[in-house]
Design a protein around this ligand. Structure first.
Ligand code: ADQ
Length: 579
């Protein structure tokens, strides 16, 4: 499309993530301050920003009083290209700590035992996704690309699609249910809303209105084996008359065109693993979550296995037929692909040149002279396999006492999700193990484990990475694991060994690492030994392979590849529109 000026209209990209990359604070004088964070996603999108007009939509991390919102919103948009989605504290807490981190997170990382399903968390998850959909649908225009990030927002593609097109009744259905669910979530209402399993079909409202809710009518028309049933016919005045034989996709586009919101492409990327369908099917709302993302044009995962698990869950749970690279749903084709994320290695390479970092590195080298250093850097999360790492070190030191006093593990653990009970239990467990191992192998002069439960600044992190002779990643499941990438980027001099769990997505890419099964304590202990004893030539050749990969598959390349692919897609099934 060309605007009147004759210049090519700039492609607009809207990135949606749970948290905005800006932290807002208010000082004693009531003045607001904003601080941009430098997370991986921020650098990943730097490439797209060069060629597109770019806006980021997300939760700002706190509720802002109504009276201040206008000022805060304006500054966020003008200074940071950010647009906030406000959530009440309770919805935010249940959405983030409740459903996202106590239900989806454990399940997606093969910890069903840690999953605490709670109907009120589910309602809050839907409500938060609905708030996001409202903000995004108001914001977006014809031809926009919307890229939704991660497991916090898996209903958003469906809700957004229904809002921009007004075609699918699902969004309205959820809104109607949630309209009856006031904050504080009443148990009777929860029972009422969830009493309509299977699927998400709703009973007609109790509030006297007989506005029926139509669910996935086209899917039934097209003979898909979904269990969801139409309850009552839709009110005639809500939908235009469509010529016979149009697919849902075509109908959605017709309505969206009238609203000036047609041709909007939606992408979704999952940063965690997508588990095997045998694990995924444990989720009480397994259908809803799948249906939530199926309205996308492009669905991305870190690895081929995650993509395959997603497709087989669609087959087994929704009865849909899939292609190796996607799935046709309601006349739209959702392409499914693998887009392994990376980092910006030059940030570490250049960071290492800074005088401050060099001075710190020298000081650390003096401190640890005559002693090899193994580094571990993890959020304190049960998926990171920190207890397994400590057990393996204990076995290694028991079997190789000649190394006692000659190797230390520096374990940096960034505090994470401390409001969730499982994380508090993990912290106690790790503290106990560190104490036990240090008590057993330590002396007055020497401690085998240096455990820091805090976030460390970039300069310190880079110096630690450069110092270490080996890096130990023992995740029991991990979408990708960027720590491995950061370590490799900081090792141009030492060529340290990378010991990497085969259960981290990174294991599929980082050829040149020593792969381990963290559940196998003996082989992990053996890998620690091999890493420490490896000769310089082998280390150099491993590192060159690894660094080559890390330099090529950067965060920026990841963002650009995904967005370019999304730009290319029409939403139509490969063989043309169905019906
Ligand atoms: P995370 O689970 O957070 O990310 P990871 O990819 O390893 O895991 O990234 C962690 C980041 O936190 C790294 O940049 C690291 O430097 C930093 N960090 C960790 N501990 C720190 C400490 N003590 N001090 C300072 N910084 C620290 C999720 C998925 C991953 C996936 C990413 C990106 O769980 O599997 O790789 O998203 O998709």
């Amino acid at each position: 499309e060309f605007p009147e000026s004759g210049e090519k209209k700039e492609q607009r990209l809207i990135v949606v993530s749970n948290r905005l990359p800006v932290t807002i604070s208010k000082d004693a004088n009531g003045e607001y301050h904003f601080k941009m964070s430098s997370g991986g996603l921020v650098s990943a999108l730097s490439g797209c920003k060069k060629t597109m007009s770019f806006t980021w939509i997300g939760w700002p991390g706190k509720d802002i009083p109504m009276a201040d919102r206008e000022t805060v919103n304006r500054r966020l948009l003008e200074e940071y290209n950010c647009y906030p989605v406000y959530l009440s504290d309770e919805v935010a807490d249940r959405h983030y700590n409740g459903f996202s981190n106590s239900i989806l997170w454990p399940l997606f990382h093969y910890h069903p035992g840690e999953m605490n399903f709670d109907a009120a968390h589910w309602l809050a998850y839907r409500e938060a996704n609905m708030r996001f959909a409202e903000v995004v649908s108001n914001f977006c225009q014809s031809g926009d690309m919307v890229w939704v990030q991660d497991y916090h927002l898996m209903l958003l593609p469906m809700l957004l699609r229904s809002m921009i097109s007004g075609e699918s009744a699902q969004g309205e259905m959820v809104r109607k249910e949630l309209g009856r669910v006031k904050e504080g979530v009443d148990d009777e209402v929860v029972k009422d809303v969830l009493g309509m399993q299977p699927g998400v079909a709703s009973a007609p409202g109790e509030d006297g209105q007989d506005e029926g809710v139509e669910m996935l009518d086209d899917v039934e028309e097209e003979g898909e084996p979904l269990e969801i049933k139409t309850k009552t016919p839709p009110p005639q005045n809500r939908r235009p008359h469509f010529p016979r034989g149009l697919s849902t996709f075509q109908k959605q586009e017709m309505v969206a065109k009238e609203k000036g919101k047609d041709g909007i492409r939606i992408g979704f990327f999952l940063h965690t693993p997508f588990p095997s369908s045998e694990i995924y099917r444990v989720l009480p709302v397994r259908r809803e979550i799948l249906l939530g993302v199926l309205q996308c044009d492009l669905i991305g995962f870190h690895t081929y296995d995650y993509a395959r698990h997603f497709l087989s869950s669609c087959t087994r749970i929704l009865g849909l037929q899939t292609q190796p690279n996607g799935i046709e749903f309601e006349g739209r084709y959702a392409q499914v692909g693998t887009y392994p994320i990376g980092i910006e290695p030059m940030q570490f390479v250049e960071g290492l040149q800074q005088e401050k970092v060099q001075n710190r590195l020298k000081a650390l080298e003096t401190r640890f002279q005559g002693c090899k250093v193994i580094i571990g850097v993890d959020r304190l999360d049960y998926i990171k396999g920190i207890p397994q790492k400590l057990h393996a070190l204990e076995v290694f030191l028991t079997q190789h006492p000649e190394w006692i006093g000659k190797v230390v593990l520096v374990q940096l653990a960034i505090p994470s999700r401390q409001d969730v009970e499982e994380y508090q239990n993990l912290r106690a467990c790790v503290n106990e193990l560190v104490g036990r191992i240090n008590g057993r192998f330590g002396t007055v002069e020497f401690m085998p484990i240096h455990f820091l439960h805090k976030s460390v600044p970039f300069e310190e992190l880079t110096a630690m990475y450069a110092l270490a002779d080996a890096c130990l990643v023992t995740s029991t499941r991990d979408g990708m694991n960027l720590v491995a990438y950061e370590y490799i980027s900081s090792q141009s001099k030492r060529h340290g060994s990378m010991v990497l769990s085969e259960f981290a997505g990174a294991a599929q890419s980082l050829n040149g690492s020593i792969l381990i099964n963290p559940w196998d304590v003996q082989s992990t202990a053996d890998a620690i030994h091999a890493a420490l004893e490896m000769g310089p030539e082998q280390r150099k050749s491993n590192w060159e392979k690894l660094f080559n990969y890390v330099s090529k598959y950067t965060a920026e390349a990841w963002g650009t590849t995904f967005v370019n692919e999304l730009t290319r897609l029409s939403g139509l099934p490969p063989a043309g529109p169905a019906g």
